[in-house]
Design a protein around this ligand. Structure first.
Ligand code: NDP
Length: 246
């Protein structure tokens, strides 16, 4: 069963929402869903062709024209993020929502065999980039009437699991960052929460569990109720929570 929320048409109209990792998997679906519900979406991701395909699909359906931000979170600098935030501020005046969804799995391996480079890459993309993104976006998010910052955790984000080394540790850090921000902005119009998507049929899931029967998995579309709820004003009072999409 999915998170219990009935999606209402146009619930996100007039909202500007950034989605990271918008070219594939859950992020792609979230961008399409937010656009369908009336939001103007900003598509951030690594592979430009994938972002363009999401852009084309949104425009073809007649939804609000999205913006594209090609950025590799592995190499991006603080300057890249602050530039992006000022572009959002000048183009839209505010940012109502940010779904920090992009992440990398690294490799599943016994702890004593973790490669230092992979550890660092996972921390860079899953932790350091989220920090820089959140820090750069906070000022433009505070220009919205109320704003929702949504982090993406995992089942291994609050309980460690053998062989999930850097990824699991990075998701603990993600939840920690969410809690720190949520506490700091508790009496403000900005809220921060984290989604645990649960097993979902994407490329990342397939690389973690290559042999499993994919028909047993939720599709990205099926887990959208929580993704919409947290971006809508219906969750205005929700702050500092880790919530399961399934
Ligand atoms: P996918 O691998 O299918 O998609 C990840 C997206 O993130 C891609 O669009 C990818 O872009 C982008 N991305 C990855 N690395 C970078 C980077 N360095 N810079 C910019 N963009 C990047 O993953 P999912 O959709 O499955 O996962 C989405 C989120 O959900 C992740 O945070 C994941 O940890 C989490 N999650 C997923 C679960 C699942 O079962 N699927 C379960 C628990 C958590 P590109 O395609 O261009 O590489």
């Amino acid at each position: 069963p999915m998170f219990d929320y009935t999606i209402k048409p146009q619930i996100l109209s007039k909202k500007v929402i950034l989605v990271t990792g918008a070219g594939a998997g859950i992020g792609r679906q979230a961008a399409l869903t937010y656009a369908e519900l009336g939001a103007t979406v900003i598509l951030l991701g690594k592979t430009v062709a994938k972002l363009e395909s999401v852009y084309d699909e949104i425009v073809a359906k007649g939804y609000a024209e999205p913006a594209i931000v090609p950025l590799d979170l592995k190499g991006a600098t603080k300057q890249n993020y602050t530039d992006m935030a000022s572009t959002i501020a000048s183009q839209f005046g505010k940012l109502d929502g940010a779904l920090l969804n992009a992440s990398m799995l690294g490799e599943l391996t016994p702890f004593h065999q973790i490669h230092q480079q992979i550890w660092q890459d996972v921390m860079q993309v899953n932790v350091n980039a989220q920090f820089l993104l959140a820090q750069a976006l906070l000022p433009v998010m505070l220009k919205a009437d109320n704003a929702s910052l949504v982090f993406t955790s995992s089942g291994v984000g609050n309980k460690g699991k053998a062989y999930w080394g850097p990824y699991s540790v990075s998701k603990f850090a993600t939840e920690g960052m969410m809690q720190v921000i949520a506490d700091e902005y508790d009496n403000s119009p900005l809220r921060a929460n984290a989604i645990n998507p649960g097993a979902t049929n994407t490329t990342m899931r397939a690389s973690a569990y290559p042999a499993e029967d994919k028909t047993t998995l939720a599709t990205p579309e099926e887990i959208m109720p929580l993704y919409v709820y947290l971006m809508s004003d219906d969750s205005k009072e929700v702050n500092g929570q880790r919530i399961n999409a399934q």
